[in-house]
Each structure stands twice: as C-alpha cells, then as structure tokens.
Design a protein. Structure first.
Length: 555
C-alpha cells in the first residue's frame, strides 16, 4: 500500500470516510503480495501549455505485474443518478465517477507511455467505480456504464478481493489487443511516478516514526491470539525474534490479573534489563503481578523465609547455591503464586523449571511459557516443557523491518516465518580500526542530522559486557551512555548482546566482532534487537566480509 498508513488528517476527514473504508478493505483482504495499491494519486495532463493544463486525481490505482492496472474512483454516501446524467451523493451534486476514473486512466496511461518509451507493451487497464455506502438495485445501468466496473457495499471487507479480480476480468472491445504485461518494469515506473511524492522527509526520525506506527498496528492485531491462550490452562508459545512474544506475555499477565484479581501472578524472565523493561510495561496498577528473574525471585523468597542469602548473589552467580536457597525458602513460605508466565523460556534450565513450579499453587495448571529456541546463548541445558504439550507457533515477524527480519532469518532454524514488518532501510556497514572515534561520528549523524533521539539508540557488544571495548564508558563524545536497565531519555544505551536479549531499540549498532563474528545464535539475537535501523561496525574489512558472507548464506 502506498502510503502504508493513512495520515490522521485523512482518517479524521468526514469527506474521506468512504475512501478509508476501501483502503482498510484492500489493506486487510487483498493478500496477493504482487498487488501494488496507490491511494489518492494526482496527475497532470501536459498536452496543453499553462494555464490550460488539466489536472486530476485518482482515488486508487491497483497494479498487478501480470493482470494490469485498475483506476478506481470512490464515492461515499447514498449514490443516485438522474436521467439527465446528474449524479448525487445524498443531496449533493457530484462529478460523474465513471468519467473521472476513465479520464484518470487515459492520462496516466499517456504519462506511463512517455516514461516507458516505445518498448511499452499494450497493458490491460480498466476504469472502475466503488460505492462503499450504496447497494445495487439494477442489472443494467445504461450504455457506457457496464455493471462489471461497479462495486457496492456488498463488495467491501472480505469480498473486496473477489471484486478486484472481477474488475480485471472485465472484457472491453479493445481487450483483443492485449499482448503484454505490466511486469516489474511497469511496477517500477508506477512507484517512481506515485510513491516518491509520499516521502515528505528523508530524515531517519520520520521513517522510524512511520515504521513504529506500522509495527505497533501489526502487534496490536496479534492480540487476537490472547483469546486462544486465555482458554488454555497450560501452553508453550514458540516463535522467532520479532514475533511479539514478550508483548503477548505481558498482555496475558495483565488479562489474567484483570480476570483473577485475587490471584498472584509470577512473571519470570532471565536477565535484569528485561525484567525492568517488563516492570515498566506492566506499571503500578497491577500489584498482583510479580516480575522476577530467578535470582531476584530467590532473594524475594529468602527475605520472606528469613534466610541469610549473603554471598549467593554476585556477578558470577553460583546457581547451585542459589537453587538450594530457593528450595529452602519455598519449604518455609510455601507456594506463593497461582499463575506462572515465563518469557524467554529457552533461558530457563531444566533444574530451574522444576524449582519455579514449586512456587506455584496447583502446578499442573496456569502455566504459559514463551520461547525462541534459536536464542540459546547461555551455557545451560534448557528446559523442554514437554508436559505443556505441542507448542503454539507464531510465524510472523512483526517487530522488525523486513530488511532486519530477513537478515536475522539467515540464522533462524525452525518453521518458516513470514516478514510482516515495514520494508525499512538497508543494513549499514562501517569499517574502522578506531571504534570509539567512529561511533562518535555515527551517533552525531544519527542525532544531529537524522533527528534520532539518544534513547532510541543502542550500541551492543558481541562480547560479554565486562570485556566490551566500551566497558566503563560514561560518555560518547558529548552524549551520555547508560546500561540497558538504566534507561534515560538523554542517554544512549551501551551494553552487550547477552544482557540486551529480549529488549529492542529503534536503532542498533553492533560492535566487537573480532572473536564472535560467526557465532550464529549471538548474531541472530544481536540483529533482531533492531526494530528499524541496523549498523554493523567492524574493525577490519576481513570481519566485514565474513559477516556479509554469513548474512548472504541461504538456509
């Protein structure tokens, strides 16, 4: 769809409600990816000199590389035509919609021929009319108004695709001349004619904003899955990075809290930056949702049990000691929770899966696990969750642009997934042996020239954070930097891919490839942290070439 999202000024314009109905129907139900739909496109007849030039607008241009082009005029309200060929919408006179669509067809065909040149084939082009608020009451509309080129209220929503194909099947007198296809060349010309004008700003900030709206729209559409999960007492939900697992897990927790206000819901994730992010999403209005990592949950339970856990919690966690404290604490305080939800379930070991169930009343029920088995970047033997049955599969990547989703999919092993995010910018490559100096240049360009906010940027190391080349850094040039759990509107996030797993930023810069450039699971996690814009910063051309080879491999 061009544009991919209707501006609010169009949505809020009462005169364009009918066009919005058609736009939404085409957006949702015209599922053949070969279709290109252009909304509200202006044309200019250059055959006359100023001021006699004629201009006009076509409500919808629907192009298909094999079938041709439709030129669709939309009229809202209750439509009628008097015997003198005067058209009305309600009580208001309107232009003849068939004439409008036909005129658009002729002038745009001429403009396309001028652009294409003498090699342009004879392409099927049909002018059509849609009345989304009116019903048809006649089988014959008069000469020059064949019923086959009209669509009505009954042809909206899930019937729109059938109507579009019927428009294409309409045979006029000159259809015998058809001997060519629009093809990719024609689609390219139409894109150049009609989609470039929609790029009102080339700044990355604007592209990120538009892409974020599309991503959130797709993510909200996925919430229909919640009704399925709500009707299960145990489930494992499996999907790739970018499929919206964390958002679904949070929504499920909030819904459970709303439907069961007396239940205590335990929400588990593995790393502390993700825990803080989820706490912010859930907010202060859900006091019966307890968000923890295994370590923070053990502290919570040990405090309840008055057990001294001093020395068990440090950057090098002793998981055996932690597990012992956890079990001892549960023995004293008993199971405190009624529901268990785990995000990033591939990070939970078999042993800790058993421990966590000890903390839940009636552990045979009310357990949901969200996981991606491609993100096993910690050295542990992951729980299999066999008792939860076959996984419920998510197979749409929603929260990354297509460019980023395709790059990450090179390292994804699992069911085939479809890219449903916006197209996005190409992946960027920068090579420099002076990492800090180059990063300063990159972030200055992103913030000063492209208008990106500092808190939309993450610089992630492929090493453990303590071994990162930026460890201990407080500023990058004039910009403050913070770690993942220390979010600030005026600071750039600098952390490791390990600690940032489960989180995302609009812009991600990946660094420190020298030792891990071909660690495929780590690359998969790092790439998929970027929602809209991804930059690889390598120290050498060799590292860059190795990465590009890995990204271009086909599985």
């Amino acid at each position: 769809m061009h544009p991919a999202l209707l501006p609010s000024k169009v949505r809020n314009n009462p005169k364009r409600r009918a066009e919005c109905v058609v736009f939404d129907s085409l957006y949702e139900f015209l599922n053949d990816e070969k279709f290109h739909v252009f909304y509200s496109k202006e044309w200019l007849n250059r055959q006359f000199n100023d001021p006699e030039q004629e201009d006009g607008e076509c409500d919808f241009i629907v192009a298909h590389p094999e079938m041709g082009i439709l030129f669709i005029e939309v009229k809202g309200g209750e439509i009628r035509r008097e015997s003198n060929n005067t058209w009305y919408s309600g009580n208001y006179k309107i232009k003849d919609p068939v004439k409008q669509a036909r005129t658009s067809k002729h002038f745009i065909r001429q403009a396309l021929r001028e652009r294409w040149g003498s090699s342009m084939p004879f392409i099927k082009m049909v002018h059509c009319v849609l009345f989304p608020n009116s019903s048809n009451r006649s089988r014959y509309l008069g000469e020059g108004y064949p019923l086959e080129i009209f669509g009505f209220l009954e042809d909206m929503d899930d019937a729109i695709a059938r109507k579009i194909y019927r428009f294409y099947s309409f045979e006029a007198y000159n259809d015998s001349k058809i001997n060519g296809e629009l093809g990719e060349t024609g689609i390219k010309h139409l894109n150049e004619m009609f989609s470039k004008s929609l790029d009102f700003s080339t700044r990355l900030k604007n592209r990120i904003f538009e892409q974020s709206l599309l991503i959130e729209k797709k993510t909200n559409e996925q919430k229909r899955i919640l009704s399925i999960l709500q009707n299960t007492s145990n489930a494992i939900i499996e999907g790739p990075a970018g499929s919206g697992k964390t958002m679904l897990a949070v929504e499920l927790a909030v819904e459970q809290a709303r439907f069961n206000p007396n239940h205590r819901i335990l929400f588990i994730c593995f790393n502390s930056p993700l825990r803080k992010f989820i706490l912010n999403l859930i907010g202060q209005n859900n006091p019966n949702i307890y968000v923890h990592t295994p370590a923070s949950l053990t502290k919570y339970l040990a405090d309840k049990a008055n057990i001294n856990y001093l020395g068990a919690f440090n950057p090098r966690i002793d998981w055996n000691m932690l597990g012992s404290i956890f079990v001892d604490s549960v023995d004293i305080v008993g199971p405190l929770f009624d529901t268990l939800i785990i995000d990033e379930g591939q990070d939970i070991s078999k042993q800790w899966w058993e421990y966590l169930q000890f903390s839940v009343n009636d552990p045979a029920h009310k357990k949901w696990v969200f996981r991606d088995n491609n993100q096993k970047i910690y050295s542990l033997e992951s729980a299999e969750y066999k008792e939860l049955g076959e996984p419920f599969l998510l197979n749409e990547i929603l929260r990354n642009t297509e460019e980023i989703g395709f790059a990450a999919s090179n390292f994804y092993m699992g069911n085939q997934c479809s890219q449903k995010g916006p197209r996005g910018d190409p992946i960027q490559w920068v090579c420099s042996d002076n990492k800090e100096k180059e990063l300063i240049k990159i972030v200055r360009r992103l913030i000063s020239y492209e208008g990106v906010k500092p808190n939309q940027i993450a610089i992630l190391s492929m090493r453990g954070f303590e071994n990162s080349s930026l460890y201990g850094l407080n500023k990058l040039g004039e910009y403050f930097v913070v770690q993942a759990e220390e979010q600030s509107e005026k600071a750039i996030t600098v952390d490791s891919v390990y600690r940032f797993k489960g989180l995302e930023k609009e812009v991600v810069i990946l660094i420190d490839f020298e030792e891990n450039s071909l660690n495929e699971e780590l690359l998969y996690v790092g790439i998929s942290r970027a929602k809209s814009y991804l930059i690889f910063l390598t120290a050498s051309e060799t590292d860059k070439n190795d990465l590009q080879d890995a990204l271009s491999s086909q599985r």
